[in-house]
Write a new protein. Sequence first.
Length: 531
Amino acid sequence: MSDRIYIYDTTLRDGAQTAGVDFSSPDKKAIARALDAFGIDYIEGGWPGANPTDDQFFADPPTLKNSTFTAFGMTKKTGRSTANDPGLSAVLNSTAKAFCIVGKTWDFHVDVALGITNEENLENIRETMAAAREKGETLFDAEHFFDGYKANRDYALQCLKSAHEGGARWIVLCDTNGGTMPYEIEEIVRDVTSVVPGECLGIHTHDDTGNAVANSIAAVRAGCRMVQGTLNGLGERCGNANLITLIPNLALKMGFDVGIPHERLAKLRQLSRSLDEILNRAPATHAPYVGDRAFAHKGGLHASAILKNPVCYEHVTPETVGNQRKILVSDQAGRSNMIARLNELDIRVDPKDPLVQKLVDVVKIHEADGYAYDGAEASFEVLARRTLGQVPVYFKVERFSVTDERRYNARGELTTESEASVKVRLGDQVVHTVAEGNGPVHAIDVAMRKALEPVYPALRDMHLVDYRVRILKPQDASAAMPRVLIESASTRDPDKHWFTIGVSTNIIDASFDALRDSYMYKLLRNNVAKA
């Protein structure tokens, strides 16, 4: 049995069925180019003739260097020849180099969904695969195969034989409902290999039981040599098998050749993030291999061991998948965590310096008050440098005030306007500014910028990306303490994001503290000199 596993991506078709996902043709091109650059074997572009977006995409597909461009379609209709089936013709006459044809393998579906005899379905499969074989490489997606196998093993296997006899290069076993368990997958696939060679078998799983990745691995262990899935596990209902998890599992943990050199595997996190950017979604922080928390260590015992040898608490080296190690600080942090985190920030201290223990104590007190520095690392750096005496006094806010006025404007519309006033000391100078905004936080931000940017123009290269509030003690109702988390980013470099935090019984105070830390972090990171 070959150790080569072929990777088939169906993000652009099956992934597009995710609720809330709507790819444009340019989106599809961008994703296809990223998949091709990474080295995915097959890229399924969609279903020609099914919708205008797919038609546009197939009319002008991207040029691929590493991947085989594939079209999806279904077996011909009963009573029509393959040449006289408009739906099939649109697929086979497309710009694709390979064709993935889905067909029924569960006799229940043949009867209920298609309304034809079992024999007619077998004939449709065989003739469709033969016609596709004349156009290019062929794949047969055996829809609902595992449910069909459990209901009528002999007929499900007959469907596979018909596709194989028709010329299908790949027979892909689909767990379409996503309800099959890993031990069932492995047992059934082993049985199928007695009918179709493993070198011709693929697996397509859905995540309705949370087992899509495990089911794909079970199928590979039993003999399948193609794995189908999507980036970040996109897909209908609970999603498809996540290729971002599957690829490193197969390559790094199981030793299979997935056609992707290890140096290119280091682009895995980048590939995952590129899809999030197109979808305008926040990346999953706890995603295996590529998430921000995949190699984050919070417990003091863990961090102490990591400093001695990362193998103690890491199953692979983060850099192999394009990620990096993070030592978090929290109320669980000890001196080892703190020193390791300071080293990551390039803050050099003597481990015996009493200020290090003071910083540990300050963090624990703050977290007891509701701060969470493992999610606001920019605020932690500002706090650490301030405690260690490494923060210049860039500015000092002597006072600020915010007022909200609800009134009718000239057009008779009821509006609420916010106005902020701040008095800031910049060296020997005191600046007093006033600004309006579409809310109290925006008004404060505008007023602060009016005071700071003339002296610190580096602040013009930042903007607020997100603003989140969490109530720490909901039982206190309207008197509950809010925690504010602000995400900021560089205007010139959108990939540079940082998070700051503020906690107070007053939401304006909490917001102001998070804003202030964001300005301070930007000035620190730009090595700006004090005014």
